[in-house]
Design a protein around this ligand. Structure first.
Ligand code: GLU
Length: 326
């Protein structure tokens, strides 16, 4: 492929402020795109509207800007694209690839669980709604084939969707489209050729590849970066109360994210400006140095300490109290 055809993206869900884990995904996807002289897009994944907010979306973009990220083109926003998801679903309906499902969460409570704790759909409504029941969600019918792909960091990944996931939801019972559908439609519409994101999405990838196949699309190449976890192994997120990164002092967090991704950062770069950091990082970035792990404990710079007169004391990134070793 001509390097100029590379299209990467960062696709945050605006459920809260940008934290270190998301910064790692933003940095890795951006540097890989820039190092390959490609385009890098930002997409606001607010398809799960009840969990997202405009305030969080604005905050994430502001933080990215403060950190010196420069994306190409306008930011795509999922909540404005429901018509595209509806059309995609209608197409799958016409091709009988999806079916309505009446099952409630409670009715599925005794179903087998996948390793990630998700319910494996037992196929209750696959051959028609049970008498007297009405449709709540729409599910994609999966077949028995094994979906495999070669991840640039994690190696070969295979999943038997029928056994490990089951027919999965594309339109949720609450009327919102599922992330799995939105991400596939959006990546295709934006011409994304390379997806670089956190390894927490590794188990979703075979579902997305399967969906690409249903639409007759070629899947992007996938690269799943290690996910930043705290000392007890929880993903840094709003739910685990990860501290937002300090947008007034980008450099310590950028350097920490770089080191988390296995890149050596020379001492002079640790004391430079954000602009110089970027100029250096695009040239220095090596994907093959990224640790081939799904999770990695993060040392996150603590919010910058304040002087007695209220000034932040500059560029010192301190490991968060009790944070684990890399
Ligand atoms: N919106 C997803 C998240 O923030 C990322 C989806 C993706 O990169 O495909 O976890």
């Amino acid at each position: 492929m001509n390097a100029a055809n590379y299209v990467g993206r960062f696709a945050p869900s605006p459920t809260g402020p940008l934290h270190f884990g998301a910064l790692v995904a933003a940095l890795g996807s951006c540097l890989e795109a820039r190092a390959r002289r490609g385009r890098w897009l930002v997409r606001m994944e607010d398809v799960d509207e009840p969990r997202c907010s405009q305030k969080a979306a604005d905050g994430i973009l502001r933080t990215l800007e403060a950190f010196g990220f420069e994306w190409d083109g306008a930011v795509m926003v999922q909540s404005a694209r429901k018509e595209c998801y509806r059309e995609a679903l209608e197409r799958l309906k016409r091709e009988h690839r999806v079916y309505p499902c009446a099952c409630t969460r409670r009715e599925l409570a005794d179903s087998a669980l996948a390793p990630d704790g998700a319910t494996i759909y037992p196929g209750t409504c696959r051959n028609g709604l049970p008498p007297g029941k009405s449709a709540r969600a729409w599910r994609l019918r999966v077949d028995e084939s094994v979906v495999c792909f070669d991840d640039a960091v994690q190696g070969r990944i295979c999943q038997n969707l029928a056994r490990e996931v089951g027919d999965f939801v594309l339109l949720r019972a609450d009327g919102y489209f599922a992330y799995q559908l939105a991400v596939v439609v959006d990546d295709a519409d934006q011409g994304v050729t390379h997806v670089v994101r956190g390894a927490d999405l590794l188990d979703s990838t075979p579902r997305q590849i399967y969906l690409h196949g249903c639409f007759g699309l070629t899947s992007p190449q996938y690269t799943h970066l290690p996910v930043a976890v705290n000392t007890v192994g929880e993903k840094l997120s709003k739910q685990t109360r990860a501290a937002p990164i300090d947008e007034r002092h980008p450099l310590p967090a950028l350097v920490a994210a770089m080191r988390f991704l296995g890149q050596e950062v020379p001492a002079d770069i640790r004391r430079t400006t954000t602009a110089d950091f970027w100029a250096w990082a695009v040239e220095a970035w090596r994907l093959d140095r990224v640790p081939r792990r799904r999770t990695l404990a993060a040392i996150v710079p603590a919010p910058i300490a304040r002087d007695a007169d209220g000034d932040a004391d500059g560029r010192i990134g301190k490991p968060a109290g009790g944070a684990g070793q890399q």
